[in-house]
Design a protein around this ligand. Sequence first.
Ligand code: AMP
Ligand code: ZN
Length: 508
Amino acid sequence: MSREARFRLFNTLTGAVEPVIPREPKHLRMYGCGPTVYSYAHIGNFRSFLTADLILRTAQALGWKTTYVSNITDVGHLSTDDTIDPSGEDRMARALRSKEGERFPNVWDLARYYTDAFLQDWDALGLLEPDVRPRAIEHVRELIQAIEELVAAQLAYETSLGVYFSVPGFADYGKLSGNEKASLLRNAARDVVVDTEKRDPRDFALWKKDPHHLMQWHSPWGWGFPGWHIECSVMAQIYLGDEIDLHTGGEDLIFPHHECEIAQAESLTGKPFARHWAHTRFLQVEGRKMSKRFGNFLRVRDLLGSHAAQEKNLALRMALISGQYRKPYNFTRATLRDAGVHIGRFKRARDIIQNATDSQHSGRDNLCDLLRNTYRHALHAMADDLNTPVAIAAALSGTKSILENGYDLSAAAARSAKTFLDQIDALLGVIPQSPAATAEPGESQAASAVGGNGIDVKAVERLIGERRKARARKDYARADALRDEILALGVELHDTPSGPKWRPKTTL
Ligand code: AMP
Ligand code: ZN
C-alpha cells in the first residue's frame, strides 16, 4: 500500500471491494440504520452498529473528517407476521401488549424507555456518538412532505388503505439486491400490506391509513402513520444532503429496506443516493440463528457488567468485533472468555506504562519502531475492508512486546507504548482507560504525550470547549467550523462516549 492509505470496503451495490471515495475528499458522510425501539437490543443488532463504528474510527484514523447520522426508529412498523395477519399490528403495539409491556402506560413511554436502554448499551460498548441521532417521530412532517412530492410526481398513489410507492415508475428497482421478480418482492415481509387496490405487488407502503393505530398523525390522507423505508431516506437526506457517501446496516436490510430507500430517494432528487453500501453478515450464537425459541437469544445487557465494569464491557465489544463483518460469525461464551483475557493484557500494559513514564532506564528503544510499524499494520488491516482479526492480532502483538519489556521500559519507550495504546484504542475502542484518562470527560487525556511537539494545548482545549457548547445548542455549522480549526492545530479529534478526546496527529 502506498503512503497515501486507501480505505477499501465491500460495496453491496457493485459486489466488489472498492475504495471509499467521499464526494468531498477526506470527509465521509455516513448514514447507519438504527434500532427499532420496541425491546432491548441484542448482540446481533450491536454487531451491525459496531461495523459502522469501526468504519468511522478507521476513517478518522486515516485523517478524514466524518459526519455520522444514525436514526432511532420509534414509530411502530409492520412485523414479519403481516402476511399472516393482514390487520398489520406493528412490533411496538405488540410489545405493549406483551408481559414486558405491561409496565408502560402507553406506546410513547415504551419507545422512550427502550430508546434510553439502547443508548445505555451504546455507551457501555463504547461506540462513538453520531453527529445527529434523528428520531422518526420528530420528522413526521418532513416524511409527509416527501410522500406528497412522490404523489405529485405520480411516483406514488393513494388507495383506501394507504399510499404506495409505484415500483414500475422506478427503472432501477432491484439494483442493490438483485431482486426483481415480483414473487420475491411479494414475499419480503415486514412492510408488506395486503391491499387488493395495490397496482403492482412490488409496490410498498409510504403511508398506512389507520385511525385506530396507537401512534397516528394527521396527513393529507387522513390519520395514520408513515412507512419504515421513507423514514431513513428522508432523514439521511435532511442531515447529509441528497447524495451520501456510505450507508450501513445488517444484511437483512438489503432488501426490502435499502432497495426501497434508494427508490424513494433517487425518485425525489434524480441523483444517486448512496455511493457505497456496507452490510454486516448476521451473527449466530453457539452455532445457530439467535432465537428465543433456541434459548440462545442474548441481549447486550445480559452480558454487560455494571457501568463501572469497564473491562467486562470491553470484552463484549472485543468479542463482537473479533470476526470480520462480512464473514459468518459465531458468538460463543468461549469467545467472550478469550476476549476477557485479551482485555486483561491491554490493562496490564496500561498499568506498566502508567508507572514507567518517569523511568530512568535507558535502552530498549527499538520498541518505538516496532510499535509504530505494528500500529501501521493494524490501520492498514482496518483500511482493507475492516479486517478486524488482523488488526486485533497486531494490537495483541504490540501489547505482548510492551509486556515483555515490562518495567524495564525507558521513558521514551513508555511514551511510544502509550501512543501505541492510544492509537489502537482510537481505532478499535478496546483498551481500558487508566482512571486519570476517564475522570474528566472532555479534558485532554493526551497532554502528557503532546509536550515538545509544538501543539498549543490551551487553544485546543478552548476550542473543544466552544465546540461542545455549539453542539449542545445544536449549532452544527459552528461545531463543524470549530472542528476544522481544532484539526488545523495539528491534532486528531475523537468523539467518545465520555466526551471529546484529542491527540497529536499521526501520519501513515
Ligand atoms: P432492527 O432493530 O430490527 O431494525 O435492527 C437493527 C439493526 O440490527 C439492523 O441493522 C439489523 O440489520 C441488525 N441486525 C439484526 N439482527 C442481527 C444479527 N443477528 N446479526 C447482525 N445484525 C443484526
Ligand atoms: Zn433504515
